[in-house]
Ligand binder design. Structure first.
Ligand code: SAM
Length: 167
């Protein structure tokens, strides 16, 4: 069963620093059919339900021109109900632990989720997408074109041609 906030056997929590190193702005809110973490998909599927990605003013112009050029988008979102202090986790609740950075658990120091979604439409400043796995009301951090079919419109830079040179 998916965690809510309990610690399972073998898991390890640490004291989270009270320092904040960077600020974030929520640029929108995601609307999905799921209201319980235990009912959410563990990973979104591209044939999953249509979800609505609401973009707040003043960021609405950022989806007006060009977003539809990408059939797939990468969404970043803030898994706002996650605890943030586990360094070892037991995803299968079997006492076998994995380091937090080796899994895609929502429980992480910065609870950022990402999904590649299919864009199905746009209604004003709301995108309709398939492929999400988050709770209704999850804050939206960013929208980017999926890197697999993105070609940078800006001119190339010297570093684009840098490759490993063996000695
Ligand atoms: N696809 C993303 C990724 O790989 O980064 C997220 C994967 S994470 C395993 C998905 C799970 O996070 C869901 O099954 C649900 O249990 C949990 N979850 C979804 N929305 C959440 C939220 N707003 N706050 C905390 N946990 C959430």
């Amino acid at each position: 069963m998916t965690r809510k906030d309990q610690i399972r056997p073998g898991e390890q929590a640490v004291a989270v620093p009270d320092r904040i190193d960077a600020g974030l702005v929520f640029v929108g809110r995601i609307h999905t059919p799921w209201t319980d973490r235990l009912q959410c998909p563990r990973q979104g599927r591209l044939d999953g339900p249509i979800c609505r990605v609401e973009v707040f003013p003043p960021w609405a112009p950022a989806i007006l021109d060009g977003v539809e050029l990408s059939a797939r988008l990468e969404l970043l979102y803030w898994l706002h109900l996650s605890r943030r202090d586990l360094v070892l986790q037991s995803p299968a609740s079997d006492g076998k632990t994995r380091g937090t950075f080796s899994i895609r658990s929502p429980v992480r120091p910065n609870p950022i989720g990402s999904s590649v979604v299919v864009l199905r439409g746009r209604e004003g400043s709301t995108l309709l997408v398939q492929g999400l796995d988050c709770l209704d009301g999850t804050p939206l951090l960013d929208i980017k074109p999926d890197r697999s079919d993105f070609k940078p419109p800006a001119p190339r830079q010297p570093g684009d041609d840098d490759v490993l040179v063996s000695r």
